[in-house]
Design a protein around this ligand. Structure first.
Ligand code: ITT
Length: 193
């Protein structure tokens, strides 16, 4: 089955394509379709926003779609950046801007800075709507390390590791990440419909 992944985030697309490799599902990214649409994420939860993205792309192509809304929740920041993770430092900000803002805000708190990544994944084909969740717990460090991955990966150390997510390979991140968990569950659920 051909499935469109409703994301403009190339890091996410790479990860999810690898999760669906060797499966009956062929994942096509918006990038692969030459579509640069920016979907407005008007929901206030990860769950609402993931479906908003999936539905917007389904309405255009009328083909099965998957989407992911994800983010980082830091305990000492009362769960921020949360649903605002992508644009935490403002419109058109870079991943580095977001990391610097988090580091700045954490300066007044003692270590460890406990945090978790969350991914809400969804499949929608106009009839079936399947939703799954994955989490990854760890802590934030104040010196970014590593160049792999994207987003907050250089400042996040998963529990049980000494490396940041940005120091792990794609394969290693895909064994433990919030997104790997949510999409693995989605893949298993899809095999049953
Ligand atoms: P799409 O909406 O087009 O999929 P996006 O990057 O805007 O791309 P989200 O709205 O789901 O995606 O925002 C997720 C943000 O949370 C992302 O931009 C990162 O800042 C952060 N994030 C999520 N998963 C992450 C991961 O695995 N590693 C690092 N940062 C992550």
């Amino acid at each position: 089955m051909k499935i469109i992944f409703a994301t403009q985030n190339k890091g996410k697309a790479k990860e999810v394509k690898a999760i669906f490799a060797n499966s009956p599902f062929k994942i096509i990214s918006l990038y692969g379709l030459g579509n640069e649409i920016e979907i407005e994420e008007t929901g206030s939860t990860f769950q609402e926003n993931s479906f908003i993205k999936a539905k917007a792309i389904f309405d255009i192509y009328k083909e099965p779609v998957i989407a992911d809304d994800s983010g980082l929740e830091i305990e000492q920041l009362d769960g921020r950046p949360g649903v605002y993770s992508a644009r935490y430092a403002g419109e058109n900000c870079t991943f580095d801007d977001n990391n610097l803002k988090v580091i700045e805000e954490l300066k007044k708190f003692p270590e460890p800075h406990r945090a978790k990544f969350i991914s809400y994944a969804v499949f929608y084909d106009g009839k079936n709507r399947i939703e799954t969740i994955g989490e990854l717990h760890g802590q934030i460090i104040k010196e970014p390390r590593g160049t792999n991955g994207f987003g907050y990966d250089p400042i996040f150390i998963p529990d049980g590791f000494d490396s940041t997510l940005a120091e792990l390979s794609l394969e290693e991140k895909n064994k433990i990440s919030h997104r790997a968990k949510s999409f693995q569950k989605l893949k298993e659920a899809l095999a049953r419909i």
